[in-house]
Design a protein around this ligand. Structure first.
Ligand SMILES: Cc1cc2nc3c(=O)[nH]c(=O)nc-3n(C[C@H](O)[C@H](O)[C@H](O)COP(=O)(O)OP(=O)(O)OC[C@H]3O[C@@H](n4cnc5c(N)ncnc54)[C@H](O)[C@@H]3O)c2cc1C
Length: 434
């Protein structure tokens, strides 16, 4: 279940390990496999992946380089020491893998809603009817956060001007046109890689951008340290038997809301050119006007980056002037400063939820089938990612076994290795017993 990066890679691994094609179904509500990945990454405007070129959906680590052929030496195709692929080459390779293995013919459109244990296997309920199976692999992928914290966006205040980057639709062109017509900045809320890329995408279209982040730019090359790819960090993770402590290790290891150094440099350069207002250490409180697109923001007590001012740029109706920020001195809570900003649109680029996706169907299913869960309902699986009753997991659902990288592309590869071992073991046992 799930036809994203994880589900598609696992389908490929299963076919390669000898599972017959006509015994495999990839259940996903979109019209094409990898649709969500392609849509979301293209919305951000990112040109290169954050992860190395050996992390992709194909089988062998060097398959993407091999496929790129002569272009692999072109710095436009792969960037930096770990050869981060361009999004374009990554997507073209992925489409070629899907096509080459006929995976689209295994895709059935539908959304899993429930799973019941029945004689001889499982009954998977979907919005398009039930399916019978002996083995189910869950690869849901995280969802955008709920809009609850933005109550006021639901109250019809300046309709068409507040959008979530990963919402059901994202009218990029309309937002750009409105910014040009009004001469006001697009406000991008968020402090991580998606917000950073999106800000640069709007700047590339000639828009002014106000970038609002609760925290300073947190620079990290990857979203967790490379030690988590292997035993260096995973050994102590596996030695830890308490699920809550494992969860804490994951939380501490993930650099949520971080940006790679090159992106941070581009944002600062745009700020120096005057195309971008970097408002770091501020949060949006809500609309300052019901009729006009004006937002209220306030500074919050977090360390600011050296040389960064808290509140910059046009200030139509200042309440109080902002205090100077020196070095990384935290601003004490009492000096919270309110300010109003006129904008053209407000874009929430606040990332994806830290949940596992597919809630509440998966949580309901777990309690009905009596499957073991840890903190926040995450599955507790065995080493082979078997959760119970023929159900395996990949992606965020496999986090308690694979650690902080489980939800990344490399996490799909790690899960795939374990599934392959399992399939090969089962087929050897079958052969041995005649
Ligand atoms: C902008 C952006 C850039 C990123 N860049 C990188 C990067 O450079 N390197 C990296 O390693 N990671 C990156 N990531 C993280 C990336 O999302 C994951 O690595 C990868 O997409 C996760 O794949 P997935 O299959 O878990 O999720 P997705 O690609 O989101 O796919 C999950 C699929 O499951 C389906 N699904 C969910 N619930 C159900 C249900 N009930 N029934 C049926 N189907 C269901 C969804 O519709 C979806 O199609 C990035 C993420 C974003 C948003």
């Amino acid at each position: 279940m799930g036809g994203g990066i994880h589900g598609t890679h696992q389908a490929l691994v299963l076919l390669d390990a000898g599972v017959p094609g006509d015994r495999l179904v990839i259940l996903d509500p979109h019209s094409r496999l990898l649709a969500r990945w392609k849509e979301w990454t293209s919305r951000t405007g990112m040109r290169y992946l954050r992860s190395p070129g050996v992390h992709h959906i194909g089988l062998a680590p060097f398959d993407l380089f091999r496929w790129a052929g002569g272009r692999r030496r072109n710095p436009e195709t792969f960037r930096g020491r770990v050869r981060r692929p361009s999004l374009e080459v990554f997507n073209r390779f992925s489409s070629q893998v899907v096509e080459g293995w006929g995976l689209e013919s295994r895709h059935r459109r539908g959304q899993l809603t429930d799973v019941r244990s029945v004689q001889g296997g499982l009954e998977v309920h979907t919005d398009r009817g039930p399916l019978r199976t002996r083995h189910l692999l869950l690869s849901t992928g995280p969802e955008p956060p709920a809009f609850d914290e933005w109550e006021w966006t639901r109250e019809g205040i300046w309709p068409q001007r507040v959008h979530h980057l990963f919402g059901p639709s994202f009218p990029f062109r309309e937002i750009v046109d409105r910014a040009h017509r009004s001469g006001r900045p697009v406000a991008v809320v968020g402090g991580g890689i998606s917000a950073g890329h999106l800000a640069l995408r709007f700047i590339g279209e000639g828009c002014c951008v106000t970038f609002l982040s609760r925290h300073p730019l947190r620079e990290h090359r990857y979203d967790s340290e490379p030690g988590w790819l292997g035993p260096r960090n995973l050994r102590s993770f596996w030695q830890e038997s308490c699920p809550s402590r494992r969860r804490r290790m994951i939380r501490e290891a993930r650099h949520r809301g971080s940006v790679p150094p090159a992106l941070a440099r581009s944002l600062r350069a745009a700020s120096n050119r005057g195309a971008l207002e970097l408002l770091l250490g501020v949060e949006v409180i809500g609309p300052a006007s019901v009729t006009r697109p004006v937002i209220s923001v306030r500074s919050i007590p977090v360390p600011a980056e050296k040389g960064e001012r808290r509140l910059l740029g046009p200030d139509p109706e200042p309440v109080e002037p902002g205090p100077p920020v020196r070095g990384s001195t935290p601003i004490p809570p009492k000096t919270s400063i309110d300010q109003r900003l006129q904008i053209s649109s407000l874009i929430l680029a606040t990332g994806l939820s830290s949940g596992f996706g597919g809630e509440p169907s998966i949580s309901g299913m777990a309690s009905r089938l009596g499957l073991p869960v840890g903190p926040c309902g995450t599955p507790l699986t065995d080493r082979e990612l078997h959760w119970g009753k023929g159900i395996h997991v990949s992606g965020p659902l496999a986090e308690m076994e694979l650690g902080p990288v489980a939800r990344n592309i490399v996490g799909a590869r790690m899960a795939g290795e374990r599934l392959r071992q399992k399939v090969e073991e089962v087929s050897q046992t079958r052969k041995a017993s005649g």
